[in-house]
Ligand binder design. Structure first.
Ligand code: GN1
Ligand code: MG
Length: 368
């Protein structure tokens, strides 16, 4: 990746002192650009994470950073109140600029921010054992629980209609009609799969409109690699990637975790025969998630958790497919059919979840 700006100069605007040592690029996310920078501050090695926020997608950096600063302060305060051993690493700590803002807009209108690097933690891109996924469930359940008393109406929607599956479906249909990339003929089976499930896209949106499901403060991008696990205890201690924290459904957060983490294959596995929902992993996550979140959730939310997993996987599949049809303008891609490959894994997982829905419901009931 070429470095579009003098990184060191940028850090000085956030009041970082010390001698700049080096940086590495972190390539985990599909949207923002992330760098880890090392400084030598009076003989101490100090690391910071610098991010360039993608303002094509996050159009209101001010609102976004207000959301994040409010929510991270709340999480820290709650951890301090209970003397959590992880209180100093329980959330991200953003640095203000010399002017007192939590981001900096450069000459090209790119938005930069810096947070303290969290030490003694690791991240996972896939699950090696059930206990790690149980810990992931506890961590996202705790995130939900801790934010249950935070007013979701005080947050801006950083991406409007982000998980509104009715509007996602309409955008998807438009992408099929427009066929901007001319690739529609490569994706006929996938388009048919998506169209056949239009009814599903309405279920949660209708329940919100009928006042039956509450909007909460949710993360909305609960991929496994958005949790920092403690090196010593393996507990998930800090939730990162907070750009999509906004009002949403608990089901979105639960569902997206299952979509990503309980899949027996990677999100972009080319061999779809490797894709399936691991019921063992599903159970490990539900058990962990409900152990920390169950008192914050309504009966209807708990009942709908398996459907949440299916609908989030479906939504992600239509987003990848839509981007493929639009000519790869949203997600970073590494090769020509990358978005189509990702769509196929998501739809294979949806199909497997449909077959396993009864088992998912039974498992969920055990921990409600
Ligand atoms: C994007 O950038 P990353 O990897 O955290 C996307 C998520 C998708 C995910 C699929 C803002 O997340 O919604 O589920 O890719 N984030 C945004 O891997 O669109
Ligand atoms: Mg993200």
């Amino acid at each position: 990746m070429s470095i579009p700006f003098n990184l060191e100069k940028l850090c000085r605007l956030f009041n970082i002192k010390g001698e700049f040592v080096d940086y590495v690029v972190n390539t985990d996310g599909l949207i923002n650009s992330t760098f880890v920078l090392t400084f030598n501050e009076n003989g101490n090695v100090k690391k910071y994470t610098l991010q360039k926020v993608c303002t094509d997608i996050f159009k209101d950096p001010d609102g976004l950073m207000n959301n994040i600063v409010g929510v991270t302060k709340h999480i820290r305060k709650k951890n301090e109140e209970v003397n959590s051993p992880y209180a100093n690493r329980c959330t991200l700590t953003f640095l203000p600029t010399i002017e007192g803002k939590y981001y900096y807009l450069d000459e090209g209108n790119a938005c930069w921010r810096i947070y303290e690097f969290v030490d003694d933690v690791y991240t996972c891109n896939s699950i090696e054992n059930e206990n790690d996924f149980y810990n992931a469930g506890v961590a996202f359940g705790e995130f939900q629980n801790i934010l249950a008393d935070y007013d979701s109406a005080s947050l801006v929607e950083t991406i409007p209609n982000f998980h509104n599956t009715v509007s996602r479906f309409a955008d998807f249909k438009k992408a099929v009609d427009d066929n901007l990339s001319g690739r529609l003929s490569n994706a006929e089976k996938e388009v048919e799969f998506a169209l056949a499930r239009e009814k599903d896209a309405h279920v949660l949106v209708d329940l919100i409109n009928e006042g039956k499901l509450p909007l909460r403060v949710t993360h909305n991008d609960t991929k496994l690699n958005n949790i920092l696990f403690d090196n010593k205890t393996n507990k998930g201690i800090c939730i990162i990637d907070l750009d999509t924290v906004m009002p949403g459904l608990s089901l979105y957060d639960f569902g997206d975790s299952i979509r990503f983490g309980a899949n027996t294959a990677a999100e972009d596995e080319k061999d779809v025969s490797k894709v399936s929902l691991s019921l063992e992993l599903y159970e490990a996550y539900v058990k962990g998630y409900l152990s920390s979140a169950k008192h914050a959730l309504t009966d209807l939310e708990k009942e709908l958790l398996p459907f949440g997993a299916k609908i989030m996987t479906y939504e992600c599949g239509i987003r990848f497919l839509m981007d493929y049809l639009n000519g790869d303008t949203y997600f970073h891609t590494d090769y020509d059919d990358h978005n189509l490959v990702r769509c196929r894994t998501q739809f294979a997982l949806v199909a497997d979840m449909e077959n396993k829905m009864n088992e998912m419901l039974e498992i969920t009931k055990k921990y409600c």
